[in-house]
Design a protein around this ligand. Sequence first.
Ligand SMILES: *Cc1c(COP(=O)(O)O)cnc(C)c1O
Length: 411
Amino acid sequence: MVGSSPMQAVLVAPGVKDRKVLAFERSGALKDKDAATGLVRAILAANPAQRSAFYVFDLAKVIDLFRAWRRALAGVRPCYAVKCNPDPALLGALAALGAGFDCASRAEIEAVLALGVHPRDIVYANPCKPEPHLEYAAEVGVSLATYDSEEEVAKVKRCHPGCELLLRLKGPDGGDVRVDLGTKYGAHADEVVPLLRAAQRAGVSVAGVSFHVGSGATNLGVYRGAIQAARAAFDAAAALGMPPMRVLDIGGGFVSGPTFDDAAAVINDALAQHFGDLPRVEVIGEPGRYFAETALTLAARVIGKRTRGEVREYWIDDGLYGSLNCIIMDHYVPTPRPLASPRPGEKTYTSTVFGPTCDSLDTVVTGYQLPEMSVGDWLVFDDMGAYTTGAGSNFNGFATSDIKIYVAYSS
Ligand SMILES: *Cc1c(COP(=O)(O)O)cnc(C)c1O
């Protein structure tokens, strides 16, 4: 890490140093949400021309979360999953703090390398990779990748024979996850030995095991089951006479806050139980949501209004085809609040909030209580950093990439 404090290191990091960074003071008594509101207000006051939806990205959040990770999961190196939010300032901040990266495509690898990250700090964690992307990984020296099919072994042998593999295991069911990845990825228990054999036959080395319990896991016992299954795969490889595995990748799924500390306790305990006798195994994780979710706040502008008796209908300038695609793709439950402070005893109305496109699906909330608002007012959406901007579209000419991201740090 460069500089004398994490914040100094982050401010001079590639991806951050060329952006304007707003310093913002949050007084100690302020809750997170009030701090975010204060930031939105400060930005609007300083930029009267800002008349469309924008984000505030608080770097201090990322630093706090990194510190909390280090404290709770000291033995696990976080490799941030770029797909969660590929903003270069977030990537650069995490690189400066010492994170590695989970990339899933050529473009994600390029974005991370452009920030000066060493290829060895990247895991190509997409079990099924297009050949040209794999050839690119070979060219730039990204040489650790996941797999969960025999066909992938053959492809790696063809396109990137020096690549080391991590066998991706299906996470246990029952994690009460927001997004289940096990329906698509991960070897089943009875596939582990055949997949190890396939690599052995091909002469492609298997450096270790990975899993992903699913995004936003709340039943944390799944980490224990997954770590136990990973150890069984380590033992299976040894029984096949393969060189000892040296990497355990515990994937992502983490949510910041008390749930994270509980997950860390389960993981540390399971690591001691199942990997305590293998102290040289390097343990990495692939958190996405953990670092991104709470660091970004969205402000959307009311651009239209209709009054139908006691019901109020509003249009805002972000929606389900934009960054609020997370409502569908990530099961985000929006609870927007007006930027204006509520007046005591203020009447609220049953309200609908629509996105800007002409599709009726583009509806953000219905039956939602809001005070009377006018065109030009703002609605604030908290915790909008994970799986938002990255999956938005240009549908109907409303480009998600037009939503400006203001970088700030609160102290
Ligand atoms: C999406 C993904 C992640 C990040 O998951 P989070 O739930 O956001 O932590 C990590 N690893 C892989 C392979 C993924 O596909």
